[in-house]
Design a protein around this ligand. Structure first.
Ligand SMILES: COc1cccc(N2C=Cc3cc(S(N)(=O)=O)sc3S2(=O)=O)c1
Ligand SMILES: [Zn+2]
Length: 258
């Protein structure tokens, strides 16, 4: 079943997920959230975020019906996240995006109520404690996801390399080779971040993610956003508005390292 409300079956959007995934409503650490910067806490004990990516670990690009995803070889510690709030090393498994039907919306996290045109998620799992992403995804410290905002501006050449591969994954459930891609080309120069304990933002909405949302966005042009919207969703619908709205903080503190 597809979880995104493309209008075909109105009961499949984020507002109906709680029927199959009660944690959507009953959870204490759901994501995304609206980051009210005034209410975040600067934590000088936070270590710098270290993202060490090896382009030789990139494998394929896929249209999974609700996003575009690049998968990595996570059988060894080639591409890892260290530092920030976490101890140990988290292995890069995949990255994917969320975006809107227009440039004014599309990101999952908000900053002081403001949306960005899209949001990149780099998904890592705790390879020191767990055997694989599926086992890590059910643990409170299992996953570390880095969120990067995409702000409308100059066309992004690193993103264009990805967009040029979209022709081979226009349809849902298609996959193509995507080798030698360096995800660090999608990162902003400054890795200042907000961090908080949260969840997957799509079903099964597991409360296993340590979120690291970067303060500095990368740019994307309106034309490049149109290329994201040219991808096909389930039921051949245009893939867009695949973002979950912000969820209640329920007493959680968002910390920042800047
Ligand atoms: C492959 O094996 C598994 C096993 C268990 C979960 C998942 N996942 C499903 C959704 C999901 C949503 C993410 S988001 N938007 O919060 O960054 S990250 C993620 S996942 O960990 O890939 C994959
Ligand atoms: Zn995501």
């Amino acid at each position: 079943t597809s979880y995104w409300g493309q209008g075909v079956i109105p009961l499949t959007g984020p507002s109906s997920w709680h029927q199959s995934f009660p944690v959507a409503k009953d959870g204490s650490r759901q994501s995304p959230v609206d980051i009210r910067n005034e209410e975040t806490e600067r934590d000088p004990t936070l270590q710098p975020l270290v993202l060490k990516y090896d382009p030789r670990s990139s494998k394929t690009i896929a249209n999974n019906g609700h996003s575009i995803q690049v998968d990595f070889d996570d059988t060894t510690d080639q591409s890892v996240l260290k530092g920030g709030p976490v101890t140990g090393s988290y292995r890069l498994r995949q990255f994917h995006f969320h975006w809107g039907s227009c440039d004014g919306r599309g990101s999952e996290h908000l900053v002081d109520g403001a949306s960005f045109a899209a949001e990149l998620h780099l998904v890592h799992w705790n390879s020191e404690k767990y055997a694989d992403v599926a086992n890590a995804a059910i643990e409170p410290d299992g996953l570390a996801v880095v969120g990067v905002f995409l702000k409308i501006g100059a066309a992004n050449p690193a993103l264009q390399k990805l967009l040029d591969a979209f022709d081979s994954v226009q349809k849902e459930n298609t996959k193509a080779d995507f080798k030698n891609f360096d995800p660090s080309t999608l990162l902003p120069p400054c890795l200042d971040f907000w961090t908080y304990l949260g969840s997957l933002t799509t079903p099964p909405l597991l409360e296993s993610v340590i979120w690291h949302v970067l303060k500095e966005p990368i740019t994307v042009s309106s034309g490049q956003m149109e290329q994201f919207r040219s991808l096909k969703f389930t039921a051949n619908k245009p893939m867009q508005d695949n973002f979950r709205p912000p969820q209640p903080l329920k007493g959680r503190k968002v910390r920042r390292n800047f």
